[in-house]
Design a protein around this ligand. Structure first.
Ligand code: 7PJ
Length: 280
């Protein structure tokens, strides 16, 4: 596998695990409770995450928590664009969590580096909007169904085989549309149309997804399966989320998407010093 991920401005080195920090610009996002609803607060959160050592900022204006409502296009742009315009000045790659082709085009025009799409660029025009940029990175994530209904009764023949087949198909579609493979990361989509047991199977057998030949991005941060295992509410899931991030990295994940950047950065420093038997 290539030890890098090509994005608009940065060729991201994947020889060490990368921490993607979550910046929600959604009034109803389940874990931030609307604290970053205001543009200024979201911009300050970007600054904080950079100071904490984040490798990639991931800015999202559409809450995809189970059962959430989607903002219209104008509202999503109003949330995301001013934060992206600030984030691109901070010296780290900027990812935008979106599925809309119009938002993809607008944020790439504003200088964003990565399109992170929980719908794997399946919306009409989304593949083309990403392909229109020569080097922008994309993350293609697996989701079964849509956020409003995905947790109703998710069922698979074999969740790992089914997710792998989907990601292989989207990888082919993206490269066929002109998005070079070096620009693509893949994500099993923890919690997106999966039972807690499905999530655990995907983690335990994550190595089966590595054979797709592209870097894996994985997000366990504060998700309900962590809450179920630990018995903790969403604001007390840092330790459980860090453990899940380390487990993902130990099984080959290249990028972990997290809320708790400082804790995850420290944990990965220690994990890596042991793995390499070398001090930083
Ligand atoms: C993910 C995401 C994830 C990627 C969200 C939340 C829900 N993008 N966007 N992977 N989750 N690539 O943060 O809990 O797991 S939104």
């Amino acid at each position: 596998m290539n030890a890098f991920w090509q994005t608009s401005r940065f060729r991201i080195d994947l020889s060490r695990p990368q921490v993607m920090g979550i910046v929600n610009v959604t009034p109803d996002s389940f874990s931030d409770g609307g604290r970053h609803a205001e543009t200024d607060a979201a911009r300050r959160h970007c600054d904080t995450l950079v100071a904490e050592g984040v490798d990639i900022l991931d800015i999202g204006g559409e809450s995809t928590r189970p059962g959430s409502a989607t903002p219209d296009l104008a509202e999503e742009l109003r949330r995301v664009l001013p934060v992206v315009q600030h984030a691109v000045t901070l010296g780290v790659p900027v990812s935008v969590d979106t599925s809309r082709p119009e938002v993809i085009a607008a944020v790439l025009e504003a200088g964003a580096d990565i399109v992170n799409d929980v719908r794997a660029l399946q919306r009409p025009g989304a593949l083309q909007a990403a392909a229109a940029h020569r080097t922008a990175g994309v993350c293609l994530m697996h989701m079964l169904g849509e956020p409003g209904t995905m947790q109703a009764a998710p069922a698979y023949d074999d969740v790992v085989v089914d997710v792998r087949r989907f990601l292989a198909e989207r990888l082919s579609a993206a490269t066929a549309a002109g998005i070079g493979a070096e620009r693509i990361a893949l994500d099993p989509g923890v919690g997106f149309g999966k039972t807690p047991l499905h999530n655990l199977q995907l983690a335990a057998r994550q190595y089966e997804l590595l054979s797709l030949g592209r870097p894996l991005l994985v997000g366990w941060s504060r998700k309900s399966t962590v809450g179920l295992i630990t018995g903790k509410p969403v604001d007390e899931r840092t330790a459980g989320s860090v453990a899940a991030a380390l487990a993902a990295v130990a099984r080959g994940a290249a990028i972990v998407r997290v809320h708790d950047v400082a804790a995850t950065v420290d944990a990965l420093k220690v994990w890596r010093a042991i793995a390499d038997q070398r001090l930083p």
